[in-house]
Design a protein. Structure first.
Lengths: 341, 294
């Protein structure tokens, strides 16, 4: 695959042909992620959006090779992070990537932090797992991190156990742990889903600030288009294991090309909308990944589907800086249309 | 136990109300067997230090005497003071109980946690091997090991440990399987934790409670097994006393001097009962609080 971007060096993460399949009890393989491509440049924020079960979390986990069995990453998959192909690293080399190169935060801060240790201990332990520093230095740095993620009175909170903290504070601790070794990439898997709305806004603001303070790139996994609109530079929309549309956030949200993206945007409630009005929804349900329809995966639910959609599956069709996997986009609107994949 | 001690425990439980879990712990239920065992450990450690010769001094003229002021529990067939022999015997029981359980916990625990965590096929081999060990009747296995090794304290400890190792392997593997899919384990891994870090630092502290319960049961099991081995002449050798050895010696004189048999038997029952009660209450308490995070 060629890169049309001139600033190739600015690329931090490049996912090529990522396929993840799960062995089912029936002996068949369920393909949860089907040959996706994704790039993320240094210091930028990419939102990966999709509904439950579309494969967005599996994508996040497969970057750090954390797919749990019976899941398996396909042999042709390549995950280039900071110049290294993570799919080819030994467990020990991977261990040195997890933390210093890429950190990860999870959806549920109350279960992702070890309940048996104080939060300060967990932050400094993460530092000491990767760097040879004394306990005192680690403690000082942990305290700095705690103020960086705006935990008030870090000195007092250092010796708190996770259960003594609120959900928002715990997520801040989780973030402090994840950025303890100054990663170049932060993977945030639904970081605010378990939090209430005001805390959610604070955490998102914190992440955005950290991006500019530390210059790290963020891959944020979410089902909430509002989060993407608020912070992501680019967005990729996933549907049933494929990326159906990607591009700069404003462009995608203002002028969605794929009918699925259009449907998602229409189903977002707007403040002040007529109370009696029915919120539009996308008819039907996500197809069973074991039994996918022929042609486009979205065709059975798509109002604009035509004959070709039910026969042949569209690949991501590139439109300058953005792309959509929809045959509608092939109807030439501009001369430079190219088919990728 | 004195009333004062009970009152103190009550006060401690009341003070700890804010801590949540402790108040639900029925303190006396756990404290009684606990204090009893602690007392026994203390006595059996200190007394032989203060009176090292008492269990071995023979007074043949006083052989097989019932309880008296000079010998509160009477004497054995060689006129040795039964109380001091039982105290030393209890120490042997505890040494085997704690020693073998510590060995089994360390070896079985590490093997079990590791085989539950890694997808290494060696883990499956370990599990099948421990199945084989579990299939052996424990007394037979212990006898076999003692015979091959030596019939002294270290030999007995190893033999009894070997019986308990597969139990700990299975338990630890099960505990690891219940934990390894939890997010905190994944997070520890995602942040670059090595295998030993994830197993020992992240998971182990979270499974200590069931391990403690199983350890209490294992100690009780070990105490019984040691008594059994000694009874069969395969434990510690005379003149060193052991509860099983005393029982075996007393068996010949049950008609003449029943006390000789009753006291070691009673002591054995009480020790095992206390350990089992401790494990039961521990399990009940654990089941109630279960270390849930909100």
């Amino acid at each position: 695959m060629m890169s049309q971007r001139s600033d190739f060096d600015s690329e931090l993460l490049r996912i090529e042909h990522l396929t993840v399949s799960f062995a089912t009890s029936g002996g068949r393989r369920l393909v949860a992620i089907d040959d996706i491509e994704l790039t993320l440049s240094r210091g930028s924020i990419l939102g990966l959006v999709g509904e439950s079960g579309c494969g967005k979390s599996v994508t996040a986990r497969s970057i750090l090779q954390l797919v749990k069995p019976p899941g398996r990453i396909g042999a042709a998959s390549r995950i280039w992070l900071d110049g290294r192909d993570l799919t080819r690293l030994s467990p020990d080399e991977l261990r040195r990537v997890r933390g210093p190169i890429a950190g990860m935060i999870f959806q549920e801060p109350s279960t992702a932090i070890n309940p048996m240790y104080t939060v300060g201990n967990q932050i400094s332990e993460t530092i000491r797992a990767h760097e040879r520093v004394s306990g005192r230095v680690a403690r000082t740095r942990a305290l700095e991190l705690m103020s960086l993620v705006r935990i008030p009175a870090p000195n007092r909170r250092y010796d708190d156990f996770p259960h003594q903290m609120s959900g928002g504070m715990r997520q801040r601790v989780m973030i402090a742990i994840a950025i303890a070794c100054h990663p170049k990439l932060l993977i945030a898997d639904e970081p605010t889903t378990a939090l209430d709305v005001t805390i959610q806004a604070q955490i998102l603001e914190l992440l955005t600030n950290l991006r500019s303070q530390l210059g790290m790139a963020i891959l944020i996994i979410t089902h909430d288009l509002g989060i993407v609109a608020g912070m992501a530079d680019r967005v990729a929309i996933m549907y049933a294991g494929r990326i159906v549309e990607q591009g700069r956030t404003e462009e995608v949200l203002q002028d969605p090309k794929h009918p699925y993206t259009q449907g998602l945007l229409k189903s977002v409630p707007v403040l002040g909308m007529d109370r009696g009005a029915r919120l539009p929804s996308i008819p039907g349900t996500v197809p069973n990944l074991i039994d996918l329809p022929p042609g486009c995966r979205f065709a059975p639910r798509c109002a604009s589907a035509f004959e070709k959609c039910r026969i042949e599956e569209p690949r991501l069709i590139q439109l300058s800086d953005r792309g959509a996997a929809c045959w509608l986009c092939e109807l030439p609107t501009r001369p430079g249309t190219a088919v990728l994949g | 136990m004195s009333k004062a001690a009970l009152a103190m425990l009550d006060a401690a439980a009341t003070n700890a109300k804010g801590r949540g879990s402790f108040e639900r712990l029925r303190a006396p239920a756990l404290a009684l067997p606990g204090l009893f065992l602690a007392l026994l450990v203390l006595i059996s450690v200190i007394t032989p230090l203060v009176l090292p010769d008492a269990p071995f001094q023979q007074h043949l003229s006083e052989a097989l005497a019932g309880p008296s002021s000079a010998h509160p529990l009477g004497t054995d067939e060689l006129g040795r003071d039964l109380l001091s022999r039982l105290i030393l015997g209890t120490r042997i029981s505890f040494e085997v109980g704690f020693g073998s359980t510590a060995v089994a916990l360390a070896i079985g625990g590490l093997l079990g946690l590791w085989s539950g965590y890694s997808e290494n096929p060696v883990g499956a081999v370990i599990m099948r091997l421990s199945d084989v060990l579990l299939a052996f009747p424990s007394i037979l296995l212990a006898m076999l090991v003692v015979t091959v090794m030596r019939t002294d304290l270290p030999g007995v400890i190893v033999a009894v440990a070997l019986v308990n190792i597969p139990v700990f392997v299975r338990l630890n593997r099960a505990l690891m399987l219940s934990q390894r899919r939890l997010e905190y384990v994944e997070a520890a891994k995602a942040l670059g934790g090595s295998t030993s870090y994830v197993i020992l630092r992240a998971v182990l502290p979270n499974v200590l409670a069931p391990l403690a319960v199983q350890s209490a049961l294992a100690i009780a099991n070990a105490v019984l097994l040691e008594a059994g081995l000694s009874f069969l002449g395969l434990g510690v050798q005379p003149p060193t006393p052991s509860l099983g050895l005393e029982l075996q010696e007393a068996a010949a004189y049950l008609r003449q001097d029943a006390w000789f048999g009753i006291f070691p038997g009673l002591l054995l029952i009480l020790i095992v009962l206390a350990l089992n009660k401790l494990a039961d209450e521990g399990a009940r308490w654990y089941g109630r609080t279960d270390l849930k995070v909100e």
